[in-house]
Design a protein around this ligand. Structure first.
Ligand code: NAG
Ligand code: NAG
Ligand code: NAG
Ligand code: NAG
Ligand code: NAG
Length: 690
C-alpha cells in the first residue's frame, strides 16, 4: 500500500522549475510526471485501441457527487467521441484484464490509498504510465481514470501527438471544483423560475415554456455532465432574491421589499419546501444549494431558523441531500447558529471572514470569493465581464498563485493554510444579470473561455505558470473533443464559403462553393438566372454549415420584391430577418432576443449587405445602388433601473445554415469570410477597409 499525498507530488513539481519538460506534463491542470531517462516518446498514432479493463467496466464510483451511477467513459459511443480526435485508428471495446501492445488500457487501482491536499481520501486520482507498449491509466475510481484520459489527450495535443515514456500520479487537491451560472433577482429586473411542473400547487410559478428547461432537457444536461465527471448542483434561491416566488405568492413577500420572503409568514416555509419536494427528483446530485444570501439583517433569528429547517428537510429526503448555504450572518460564540453540517459557500469578506466565522467553528466551506465573480454587462463599475487570468496566477496575497484556500485576496492573515480540512474547494461564479437582454449564450461562454482553464489549474492544485499556460492554451483549446463553442469552421483561406449561383443545368439543385472548401449548398425550390436566386417566400437554400463565430464577414446583395418580413439567413445561433410583423427594421435575433437596426432594405433595388462580427461587436454595413456605404453597430439596450436605458455591445454569431426562407426577392453573391472587414467610404466614394 502506498500513500500519495499532494505534498509528495509538489516535491515532484519543484523539479520542473529547472526544466519545463521534466517533472510534469504541461497539461491544464499540470500533470505530475517523471519522464523515463531514455527521453523516448510514444507516438499516439501507434496506439490503435482503447482497452476497457474488466475492473474499470464493472466499478461504479459511489463517492462522487452525482447520483447518476455512471461516470466513467464506459460506453463505446462516448469513448469514440472523446478519443477520436487523436485515435483516428481502430477503437476496441474489449473487456481485458491487462494492457496489450499499442493500446490505452483503462483500469482501476483499488490498492493504492490516494488522498488530496488535506489528506482526505478521494476517488479522483489516477496513475499514468507510458511505455513503448502503450499507456495505462489506473484510477482510484472510474472518475479518476476519466481525468487520466483528459491528461493523455492534452499531453498529446501539446506534444506533437507524442507522449514521453514515464509515470505519474495525479490527484486534485480539492474535491469541489466548479463554476456557477446564475441570475441575480432584484426588484423589477429580469427573473424567472426555470423548471416547469404539473403540480397544481405550483401553478403559475414557472417561466413560460420557452424560458424554462423541460425535464428531458434537464436530464440530458445532467447525464452529459455526469458522463464527463461534472455534477450539476441546483440552487433555488430563498429567502432573498426570491422575486420568482413572491410574484407567484405576493402575500409571502416582506412588506418593504418584494424581492424577499417573509420568513415569519406561516405559509413561507411550506411553500419553499413544496417547491423543493416537487423538483428534488429532478436533481441527480448529492448536494443542493438553498441560496440564503443577502437577506434583511432585521430578521436574523428567523433566517437562522429557516436555514436549519431547510437542513432538516434536506436530511429527511430519500436520498438525503447535503446542503450549501451562502455565508451570511455569522454568529458570535454562544448565539444560535446554523447546523455545522451545512456547507458554507463564501462570496465576500463583507459577509464573512472564513477562519473565525466558520472554519474555526468546524464548518466546511466552499470558496466563491468575488475576486473571481464575473457579471454580464449590467455591472458597469463593479465586477468584470470576463474572468481575470492574472489573478488566477498571482492572486495569493502571501505571494504566488491563487488557490481554494484564498478567501481574502488582500490580507493573507485571514486565509487558512492550503491543507485546512474545512476547505472543500473553489467555485467561480457568473451572474447573468438582466438575462438575455444583456448577454447572449455565447457571450456567457466567452466570459470564461480564455481564463477558466487557468483558474481550473489552481482549483485542481496544478502549478502551471502564466507563461506556460499561455504557451499551451491554444493547442489544448483546439484539441477539445466533441465541442465547437467557438463556432469555428475549417477553411483553406479567409473565404469560408462563396456562392456565385452560376449553376449549370447539369448540376441543377447544387450550388457550387467557390472557396475551395467544398461547402456546396443545395437549392430547395428557388429559381436561378443571371447568377441571381429568386426567393418566393417559401423556397430556400441549405448550406452544410450552421453558424460562424468570431470573427466573420457575411456579405450578399439583395433586392426585395415586397416589404414582407422574412428570414434572410438562419443558423443554429441566430437569424437575420428583414423585419418582424409591422416593423420593417432589419433584425438579428438569437432565439429569444431581437436586436434591431434602424434601417430597412429598399424594395425593388439592389443593396450590398455585410453582417460583421468583430470581437465583442456586431455591425451591419449596407450600400444601396449608387449610394454610399454606411455601417451601423448592432447593439442591445440594457434596462438599468438606476441608470435608465443604455445601449451596449452585443456579439452574435453569423447565421449560415439556411438562406432565404420567408424572404421575397432576389439575392446574389453570398460570401462568408473568417475575418471582420468593416468598410467605410473615402472621399472618392470608394469602399475602404478600416
Ligand atoms: C410577515 O408576515 C407576518 C404574518 O403574516 C406579518 O404579521 C408581518 O407583518 C410580516 N412582516 C413583514 C415585515 O412583512
Ligand atoms: C486582475 O487581477 C489583478 C491581480 O489581482 C489586478 O491587479 C487587476 O487589476 C485585475 N484586472 C482587472 C481588469 O480587474
Ligand atoms: C417567450 O414567450 C413569451 C410569450 O410569448 C415572450 O414574451 C418572450 O419574449 C419569449 N421569450 C423568449 C426567450 O423567446
Ligand atoms: C476579431 O476582431 C477583434 C476586433 O476587431 C480583434 O481584436 C480580435 O483579435 C479578432 N479575433 C480573431 C480571432 O481574429
Ligand atoms: C432590453 O430591455 C429594454 C428595456 O427593458 C427593452 O427596451 C429592449 O427592447 C430589450 N431588448 C433588447 C434586445 O435590447
Amino acid at each position: 500500500m502506498h500513500l500519495f499525498t499532494r505534498d509528495g507530488l509538489l516535491k515532484v513539481a519543484v523539479l520542473s522549475l529547472t526544466s519545463s519538460s521534466y517533472g510534469r506534463l504541461l497539461t491544464i491542470p499540470s500533470t505530475p510526471f517523471e519522464e523515463a531517462s531514455t527521453g523516448e516518446k510514444l507516438p499516439l498514432n501507434s496506439v490503435r485501441k482503447v482497452i476497457v479493463g474488466k475492473r474499470f467496466a464493472s466499478t461504479v464510483n459511489k463517492n462522487g457527487r452525482t447520483l447518476i451511477p455512471q461516470h466513467s467513459p464506459n460506453s463505446p459511443k462516448l469513448l469514440r467521441e472523446i478519443f477520436n480526435p487523436l485515435l483516428v485508428a481502430m477503437l476496441l471495446w474489449n473487456m481485458a484484464t491487462k494492457p496489450k501492445k499499442g493500446s490505452i488500457f483503462l483500469t482501476i487501482d483499488s490498492d493504492t490509498k490516494f488522498s488530496d491536499v488535506a489528506g482526505r481520501p478521494s476517488s479522483e486520482e489516477y496513475s499514468l504510465s507510458v511505455t513503448k507498449e502503450g499507456i495505462t491509466i489506473a484510477g482510484a475510481s472510474p472518475l479518476g481514470t476519466w481525468w487520466g484520459t483528459r491528461s493523455v489527450l492534452q499531453a498529446a495535443a501539446v506534444g506533437d501527438n507524442k507522449i514521453p515514456y514515464g509515470t505519474g500520479v495525479d490527484s486534485p487537491g480539492w474535491g469541489t471544483r466548479g463554476v456557477m451560472h446564475s441570475e441575480e433577482f432584484g426588484n423589477n429586473v429580469y427573473h424567472g423560475f426555470r423548471l416547469p411542473s404539473d403540480n397544481p400547487a405550483l401553478a403559475d410559478l414557472s417561466s413560460p415554456a420557452n424560458e424554462s428547461y423541460t425535464r428531458a432537457v434537464f436530464d440530458d444536461i445532467q447525464e452529459k455532465c455526469a458522463a464527463r465527471g461534472v455534477t450539476v448542483f441546483p440552487e433555488l434561491e430563498t429567502p432573498g432574491h426570491a422575486l420568482a416566488i413572491t410574484q407567484w405568492k405576493p402575500q409571502l413577500a416582506l412588506d418593504h421589499d418584494i424581492s424577499m420572503l417573509n420568513l415569519s409568514h406561516p405559509e413561507t416555509l411550506p411553500a419553499v419546501q413544496s417547491i423543493w419536494e416537487t423538483f428534488l427528483p429532478w436533481f441527480y446530485s448529492d448536494t443542493v444549494h438553498i441560496g440564503a444570501d443577502e437577506y434583511d439583517s432585521g430578521f436574523i433569528d428567523v433566517y437562522i431558523d429557516f436555514v436549519n429547517n431547510m437542513y432538516k428537510f434536506m436530511s429527511a429526503q430519500s436520498p438525503p441531500r447535503k446542503m450549501f448555504s451562502w455565508g451570511t450572518f455569522p454568529r458570535e460564540p454562544g448565539q444560535t447558529d446554523i447546523n455545522k453540517d451545512v456547507t458554507i459557500q463564501h462570496w465576500t469578506g463583507g459577509m464573512d471572514n472564513a477562519l473565525p466565522d466558520y472554519l474555526n467553528k468546524g464548518f466546511n466551506m466552499v470558496n466563491s470569493d468575488d475576486a473571481f465573480y464575473i457579471v454580464g454587462k449590467s455591472a458597469v463599475n463593479s465586477y468584470p465581464r470576463s474572468l481575470n487570468l492574472t489573478r488566477a496566477f498571482a492572486g495569493n496575497p502571501a505571494g504566488g498563485a491563487y488557490a481554494p484556500n484564498i478567501f481574502d485576496s488582500r490580507d493573507a492573515t485571514n486565509n487558512p493554510p492550503r491543507d485546512h480540512p474545512g476547505v472543500l474547494g473553489h467555485i467561480a461564479a457568473q451572474w447573468n444579470d438582466l438575462g438575455p437582454n444583456a448577454t447572449t449564450v455565447s457571450e456567457a461562454y466567452y466570459a470564461w473561455r480564455d481564463a477558466l482553464p487557468g483558474l481550473a489549474d489552481k482549483q485542481w492544485g496544478g502549478d502551471l505558470t502564466l507563461e506556460e499556460y499561455e504557451g499551451v492554451f491554444d493547442m489544448i483549446h483546439a484539441a477539445i473533443p466533441a465541442q465547437n463553442l467557438d463556432r469555428n469552421i475549417p477553411s483553406r483561406s479567409d473565404t469560408v464559403a462563396h456562392y456565385k449561383f452560376d449553376s449549370h443545368p447539369k448540376n441543377l439543385g447544387k450550388i457550387n462553393d467557390y472557396s475551395g472548401n467544398v461547402y456546396h449548398a443545395t437549392l430547395y425550390g428557388c429559381s436561378i438566372s443571371n447568377s441571381e436566386v429568386k426567393f418566393d417566400g417559401n423556397c430556400y437554400i441549405e448550406t452544410p454549415l450552421q453558424s460562424k463565430g468570431r470573427n466573420y464577414t457575411l456579405s450578399f446583395s439583395i433586392k426585395p420584391t415586397s416589404d414582407k418580413s422574412g428570414a434572410l439567413v438562419t443558423g443554429r445561433d441566430s437569424i437575420l430577418t428583414t423585419g418582424n410583423g409591422d416593423s420593417k427594421q432589419v433584425i438579428l435575433s438569437t432565439g429569444g432576443e431581437a436586436y434591431s437596426v434602424d434601417y430597412s432594405f429598399p424594395v425593388g433595388s439592389w443593396t450590398e449587405v455585410s453582417l460583421i462580427g468583430a470581437g465583442t461587436q456586431t455591425f451591419l454595413t449596407v450600400k444601396s445602388e449608387g449610394g454610399e456605404a454606411s455601417t451601423t453597430e448592432i447593439q442591445t439596450i440594457l434596462g438599468l433601473l438606476a441608470n435608465g436605458l443604455k445601449p451596449a455591445v452585443i456579439a452574435i454569431e453569423a447565421p449560415f445554415g439556411t438562406i432565404g426562407r420567408g424572404f421575397e426577392g432576389y439575392m446574389k453573391d453570398v460570401v462568408l469570410k473568417q475575418t471582420a472587414s468593416i468598410y467605410s467610404v473615402n472621399n472618392d466614394n470608394e469602399w475602404m477597409k478600416t
